[in-house]
Design a protein around this ligand. Structure first.
Ligand code: TYD
Length: 207
């Protein structure tokens, strides 16, 4: 039986990575084979592209280059890691996926939706997560948390309005497809969020 593909999305400081690890532990405790991965990254080529994307650059990076690098990394990650694992029955939990490109490169950077849809379709076809969890919180809070954690990468240096637009795109996408998306209030404690997430997974686990 094919594994389930679950993606975790949200702006900086939403606590996705913590929840991804807790979720992987939970699924393992149920006896499911699980693979935890992330974007950009998740296979050798994509991890190399990740370094190019995250390092701050005094000369900047054209938004179109950024978008194409995200999808170059995603194409490799999906073909070399995600699809083979799902086919062998492993559950794949991914810290960010295509919704981040819509939120950051369309919402944040202002790239047009039509070409992004076309690129997304060219790379992914009909392939999409079984469940996408949106960890929602006010950008002010997210950025404060993220800045406490480590030195800011190229994205974390963006303005509050960038993340306000990114957040709006995540929520908008979730509104249009309530079956695939689940929104959680990421200002709650990690334990509360994890319990809610495990409850939401019950339907996927029954299949
Ligand atoms: P990361 O350190 O993984 O951020 P976080 O801990 O917040 O998930 O860095 C990934 C950065 O790349 C993050 O700021 C969001 C950005 N990103 C995009 O802009 N577009 C994308 O398609 C993806 C996958 C990530």
């Amino acid at each position: 039986m094919r594994g389930c593909f679950i993606t975790l999305e949200g702006i900086e400081g939403a606590g996705k990575s913590t929840q991804a690890q807790l979720l992987a532990n939970y699924l393992q405790s149920l006896g499911k084979p699980v693979h935890l991965t992330r974007e950009p990254g998740g296979c050798r080529l994509a991890e190399e592209i990740r370094s190019l994307l995250l390092v701050p650059r005094s000369e900047g990076m054209p938004p179109m280059s950024e978008l194409l690098l995200m999808y170059a990394a995603r194409a490799a990650h999906v073909e070399q890691t995600i699809k083979p694992l799902l086919a062998q029955g492993t559950w794949v939990i991914c810290d960010r996926f295509a919704d981040s490109s819509y939120a950051y490169q369309h919402g944040g950077r202002g790239l047009a939706l039509g070409p992004l849809d076309a690129l997304n379709h060219m790379v992914l076809g009909d392939f999409a997560p079984d469940l996408t969890c949106i960890f929602d919180l006010p950008p002010e809070l997210g950025l404060t948390r993220a800045h406490k954690r480590s030195a800011a990468d190229r994205f974390e240096q963006e303005s509050l309005s960038f993340f306000t637009r990114a957040r709006a795109v995540f929520l908008e996408r979730a509104k249009h497809n309530p079956n695939r998306y689940w929104i959680v209030d990421a200002t709650q404690t990690a334990d509360t969020i994890q319990t809610q997430l495990q409850n939401r997974l019950a339907s996927l686990l029954q299949n």
